[in-house]
Design a protein around this ligand. Structure first.
Ligand code: EPU
Length: 303
């Protein structure tokens, strides 16, 4: 890989003038935990063709690429990220046509749910309180309140790592609890989701009820959502609660007193603090209950 300023200069010249490309971008600005060292390069493509240019460029120069959702399920280590981080914030269109919602990977789930609600389209209420984007949600089949995003998917558009675009119908896509292998090997560009027709008032009441439930059960401090996947029989939050670990702290990272599966940033936490807390919880869950907890949050970057 060439040096960062050479890559910056050459890639800038190949992108459209409205694309954003920066060097040494603090990832703490782009994660809901407000933690993380700098990315060598940070890109907000303004179109799918900008994205294809960047992906092909990185492929030929061996520049690693990290795709960013809204950073709501992400822990970036303190040494930052080598290569290029791509944000989809400019590819965030949402269009409701009948009961179908066409959305870009960068669309916020909350906006999707409210746009559908205003058009009298139900089925997306559970997305209201998930602080993520469509792309990130597809990648991990995000869910809440008993629903998961792939329950609503009709088709997904992806770009492969040579820059080619493909569209897949739901019957062609394998989906699991918190995972979708297709979107681990290709880049989600957007999706068509199907809802059902309902009265706007009824939909918005359900969304408000979900929102209220979330705000009473989940912490407001900066976090990356649930830290661990729910293992088999007992939810991770309940297990951590039963182990008496709520309130446990390493540096500025604390296990929430409200919900055991959330690690919150008390103001000055480092990734190292969070990782130490994760290891401590894993060890205790294994020792006390024989349960191997697996992180739900994605951990990237260098120490
Ligand atoms: N519980 C405790 N103590 C706690 C936390 C939870 O006893 O500290 C108990 C609750 O009382 C409940 C059970 O554990 O009986 C499950 O808790 P909750 O209803 O909060 O659901 P969860 O399984 O912990 C899942 C998702 C959340 C999502 C909520 C609400 C996973 C890993 N988590 O949490 O998603 O918001 O349901 O639908 O699937 C995320 O993905 O980042 C996330 C937070």
């Amino acid at each position: 890989m060439s040096d960062t300023s050479t890559i910056h200069r050459e890639l800038s010249a190949a992108l459209s003038p409205t694309a954003v490309l920066r060097q040494e971008e603090p990832m703490a600005r782009h994660t809901t935990m407000h933690i993380g060292g700098c990315a060598d390069l940070y890109l907000e493509p303004d179109s799918e063709s900008d994205l294809a240019v960047a992906i092909q460029f990185c492929d030929t120069r061996n520049v690693p690429v990290l795709l960013l959702g809204r950073g709501s399920n992400l822990l970036v280590r303190d040494g930052g990220v080598r290569g290029l981080v791509v944000s989809f914030s400019k590819l965030s269109s949402i269009r409701v046509e009948g009961c179908l919602v066409h959305c870009g990977a960068g669309a916020k789930l909350k906006n999707l749910a409210w746009d559908a609600c205003r058009a009298g389209v139900a089925g997306f209420e559970f997305l209201e309180g998930i602080p993520g984007s469509v792309g990130g949600a597809l990648r991990m089949n995000a869910g809440a309140m008993g629903g998961a995003i792939f329950d609503r998917v009709e088709s997904v558009r992806v770009m492969d790592y040579s820059g080619q675009v493909h569209e897949y119908g739901i019957s062609q896509i394998a989906v699991h609890y918190r995972s979708c292998p297709l979107i681990e090997s290709a880049i989600a560009l957007g999706a068509v989701l199907r809802g059902t027709s309902d009265k706007v008032d009824a939909i918005s009441e359900r969304m408000k009820a979900y929102s209220q439930k979330r705000w009473t059960a989940q912490p407001k401090e900066p976090s990356a959502g649930c830290t661990f996947k729910n293992p088999g029989l007992v939810p991770a939050g309940k297990l951590i609660d039963q182990l008496g670990l709520k309130g446990a702290r390493v540096g500025g990272a604390v296990i929430s007193n409200l919900h055991g599966n959330f690690i919150v940033n008390d103001g000055n936490a480092t990734a190292r603090d969070v990782l130490a807390l994760i290891e401590m919880v894993k060890k205790q869950a294994k020792a006390a209950q024989g349960i191997e907890l697996e992180t739900e949050i994605e951990i990237v970057g260098e120490d």
